[in-house]
Write a protein that binds this ligand. Sequence first.
Ligand code: PLP
Length: 400
Amino acid sequence: MPQDLILLINQRAHERQKAGFDVINGSIGMLSLDDGSLPIAPEIRSVLSRHVTDHDLSYSSVAGPKEYADALRHWFLASDFDEAAKQGLFSVIATPGGTGALTLAFFASKTPKSLLLFPSLDWPNYEAIAAGFGLEYASYDLYEKDRFALGGLEKQITEALHSHDKVVVVINDPCENPTGYSLSASEWQGLALMLNKKELRGRVELIVDVAYIDYAKEETRAAMKEAVLSLPKGTLTSFCFSFSKTFSFYGLRIGALAVYGQDSSLVQRRVDLATSEARALWSVPNHMAMNAVIELITTEKTFSSLKRNIEANRRLVAKRAALFLSEAKAVGLPYYLYKDGFFVTLQVQDAFGLAEKLMKKDIFLAPVKATGLRVALCALNEKKLTGLARVIKETMEEAV
Ligand code: PLP
């Protein structure tokens, strides 16, 4: 699968739309309101428009300013990692979006014999980033019946450790792309207990891609933080943050890698390595975007406006999901376990073939693997979603 397939499909949809056709474009992960615009309040746009001073246009440091690190931590994690930050156990490097954070996290976790483990259904860019650095990777099964496949993951890690010096587990949670799965509190606890086992301590690392964290329920978020805080001393966690989905700042390219661990020298070494790589890859992050984010988060008025916006966005996506999933059930269209978030993925036989057939009907969806066709609920209003499950089902039957 070409790694930019999703962007290509999106481009095709735009071309058809420009040519005057009425398209259903559920290919890409950008949340739009029912009228197709991005959900950005006027006061937020106004702050962005002011960030054109010399301070915005000059180079920042490679890791970005401390104010950015503090604002980001406060926004995404409240005060739960404040003490860790004070003690040098939590350290942030600003990056071009979540993609930049993942890039640094994958690169910096590398040892001569390390293995990256990705979920069996994942954001296809994980493989592309790993392949770009020549990193070894494999997949773990995401589910076991109707739950996170923790037992299978533990078995796979244990086996991999016979031939590898370290296993790096990538978890995209909450609101996994492409399935919309979120680990429950007990699943997070189970994962933390597993990583605390004597034989795995210090030999397994976590990369938590939290690109969609603001679309999750509060309890899921709390469970994730608690689990990470309970990990043993030798275990590092890399959080990959993004303001793309959270603030609908997709094109601004701003996010961060945050490294957490209970050993400050391990954290420091990892951050130094990631910072040198950032310097080599893109030099410095977007200063303008960081300054705007600092102002937005540290100003009470815009902070509350953003919180309100996000709550409304979360409800909007949940409403769309309820509509689509009830129609999918009614027509017998199977889908992978969904809890929250931008996407649902349909269980199909030949996602690539089906996507092609649907494109002929001006329906643009993303095949993420042979057995998974992703529907970006975030991009489709209720009018476009109504009846979509039925058309997909009919097209699947034509395909047989
Ligand atoms: N992680 C996941 C799972 C994603 O779906 C995306 C974007 O689609 C990203 C990370 C990175 O987002 P960005 O680089 O736009 O911040």
